[in-house]
Structure formats: C-alpha cells, structure tokens
Design a protein around this ligand. Structure first.
Ligand SMILES: [Zn+2]
Length: 246
C-alpha cells in the first residue's frame, strides 16, 4: 500500500494542483493530527482515496469555513480514534491527542486516560488477532511514544503507554506527528521491537505492507530496542521536503 501520511503543517505543494505530480498514485491517506479540516479534505479530494485521521492536541471542536459553515471534522476522512479498521489488507487503529500539559478540555490525556483509550481498542484488536493472526499493522497517533522522537518539555513528552502497546500488540508501524522537524539530521524513523516508529511531519509517502507470518518470525529476532540515534531503517523511504521548514 502506498500511503500519503500528513501531519501538523499545511504544505503548499500539497495544497495546490501540484499535489498529483508531487505524490503520484497513492492507495490511502492518513492524517496524524493538528491540520485544518479544509487541508485534509483538499488532499483527500485530489488523491481520491480512502482517508483516516486522528485529532492532534490542537484539534478544534468546530472550524468555520469562509461561507460561515461550521464543520466539526474533515468531511472525507474517517476518525480513527479508539477505532480499528481494515483497509486494503492493512489493519489500522488510532489514538488521538497528546500528553496532558494544560487545562484545555479536549485532546490531551494523562497516561491513565490514554490507557482507557487503549482499552477501547482491545475488542477490535482481539477480533483482528482471531481473524487475521495479528493484532494490527499500523497504529496512527498524534503523539510519539515516550523516549522516541519526543522532546523534554511537557507538551512534547511522548506516551509511555505507547511503548507498552507496542510490546503487547506488535504493530508493524506507528505513525505520529506532533514533533516538528527543522533539521535534516533529526531522527524521524526508529525501530522499536517489531515496530517502525515514523514521524510523518509534515508529510511522507510510505510503502506500508501488512505483516506476514515470515516477516513476523524474522522481526521477532531483534528483541532489544535500539539505542537512540539508531540509523534510519530503509523500508520507509523518506520523500519529505525540508524546503518549507523555518
Ligand atoms: Zn501536536
């Protein structure tokens, strides 16, 4: 599956007719949060493929369009938060928001609250396990896991519960945003157990394949987590542009 993943920043070349040349044919669009709905809808309508999203910590309950129409989410994308879905053979699940760092009412969670979100995923994951022999392929989040691509300030600290999630449910990929990337040498792809953790900011074209029995057996060999600064895995090739980074 060729996946266009977007997050956190409106990329002018995607928010224009150039998008088709820029991304080519994709099978799926995934938004990892903190994007205006009009942008997600534009991208989805241009590539004309199924789309899924989670809200970031800056998610808004309502966004007003220029004609004063109030919208509560992207029209053309499915909210993946606390949901499990199957799309084109890929098993997806989503968890929105960031760690709680202020009194804002929505889209921020304590670790305990994130565990409650994870618990809501459990029946769907169990069904996947019974049906397909695996819990899921792709976990879509806004926040990174704790200690992987996250930052020391409170608002950008990742979730420890995501580490446990990866240990228990062994997704092949975890796609996140939230951490803005300004330097070319910033690590944005890290292998953790069976999971490739990928920061998709501001966008990435990814080849995501469902886990096969062979790949699961092979990936089970490297149990210990790599050290920080582990070289980027080659599977997810990076086509992100830094030309707009400030
Ligand atoms: Zn964020």
């Amino acid at each position: 599956m060729r996946v266009l993943a977007i997050s956190d920043k409106v990329v002018p070349s995607l928010y224009s007719e150039q998008i088709r040349q820029r991304v080519g044919e994709v099978d799926l669009v995934i938004s990892c949060g903190d994007l205006p709905y009009y942008y997600i809808d534009y991208v989805v309508s241009m590539v004309n493929r199924p789309a899924f999203f989670v809200y970031g910590n800056h998610g808004r309950a309502v966004e007003y369009w220029s004609n004063n129409q109030a919208v509560t989410g992207p029209v053309g994308a499915f909210n993946l938060h606390r949901q499990t879905v199957q799309e084109g053979g890929l098993l997806l699940a989503g968890l929105e928001g960031s760690i709680r760092y202020s009194r804002a009412p929505r889209f921020q969670y304590t670790e305990a609250e994130m565990w409650a979100n994870i618990a809501r995923l459990a029946p769907g994951l169990l069904l996947n396990r019974l049906r397909y022999g695996r819990w899921l392929d792709v976990l879509v989040t806004h926040s990174p896991p704790f200690g992987i691509h996250d930052q020391p300030d409170r608002a950008h600290t990742g979730f420890r519960s995501f580490l446990t999630f990866m240990r228990l449910f062994r997704p092949r990929y975890l796609l996140h945003g939230h951490i803005h990337v300004y330097r070319r040498d910033t690590v944005t792809t890290t292998q953790y157990l069976d999971t490739q953790v990928i920061n998709v900011y501001p966008y990435r074209i990814l080849e995501l394949e469902p886990a096969t029995r062979a790949s699961r057996a092979a990936s089970g060999v490297h149990a210990p987590a790599p050290e920080p600064g582990f070289p980027e895995a080659s599977h997810a090739h990076d086509e992100q542009s830094f030309s707009n980074a400030s």
